[in-house]
Write a protein that binds this ligand. Structure first.
Ligand code: SF4
Ligand code: SF4
Length: 131
């Protein structure tokens, strides 16, 4: 579906949850190492869990809790999280605009990883959710 949100590498170790604050369906997840579950909150930082999912061990092991993950089955393509003023590091793209590292790629202006191929994250976002 066009417009699904994909979080890419600039989020690693930033995780400020600005995208979580604007998502109307709580489909952006954090990984809790303590109970080995992906969870989303009713409101970012509220401590009140909205949804949980089980992670795929191999996929979650790549970045563990250093990055956030969009559940692409739940994302409604509302476009809110990848508006230019939301993510401070330009980590979120709509699926069809994830840069492939080619000279024709359009990177978010704030994405520090210009020139990198980010398409890995399209499949990885799906692989992380085991259920
Ligand atoms: S707004 Fe950007 S850096 Fe912050 S958690 Fe979301 S994807 Fe990560
Ligand atoms: S596009 Fe909308 S529904 Fe999808 S993750 Fe972003 S804010 Fe949430």
């Amino acid at each position: 579906m066009p417009g699904l949100a994909i979080i890419t590498e600039a989020c690693i170790d930033v995780k400020d949850r600005a995208c979580v604050d604007v998502c109307p369906v709580q489909c952006i997840y954090e990984f809790n190492l303590d109970n080995n579950a992906l969870y989303s909150e009713v409101e970012a930082g509220s401590g009140v869990t909205e949804n949980t999912h089980q992670p795929n061990p191999a996929a979650i092991g790549v970045f563990e809790d250093s990055i956030l993950y969009v559940n692409t089955d739940e994302c409604t393509s509302c476009t809110a999280c990848y508006q230019p003023d939301v993510c401070p590091v330009g980590a979120i793209y709509s699926e069809e605009h994830v840069p492939d590292g080619s000279s024709k790629s359009h990177y978010n202006p704030k994405d520090p990883n210009k020139g990198h191929d980010h398409t890995f994250f399209i499949q990885h976002s799906r692989d992380v959710f085991a259920d």
